[in-house]
Design a protein around this ligand. Sequence first.
Ligand SMILES: [Zn+2]
Length: 69
Amino acid sequence: MEQTEDTTPVEETVTLTAADRCDVCGAQAFIRVVLATGDLVFCGHHGSENKDKLSPIAISWQDETSKLS
Ligand SMILES: [Zn+2]
């Protein structure tokens, strides 16, 4: 068993699909951010744009931009 850090709740990883759309621009989302207040999804562009702002408060940061290449 791997030890999980207390600050990181176990979240079920949901793969992003073409139906997931960036909350900012509506493009296909490749980044899912789990916040205490809910989930946000972003395209690669807006994910990196918001990363500095959101990553310190994000519970989890799921980045599937590698699918783009
Ligand atoms: Zn976007």
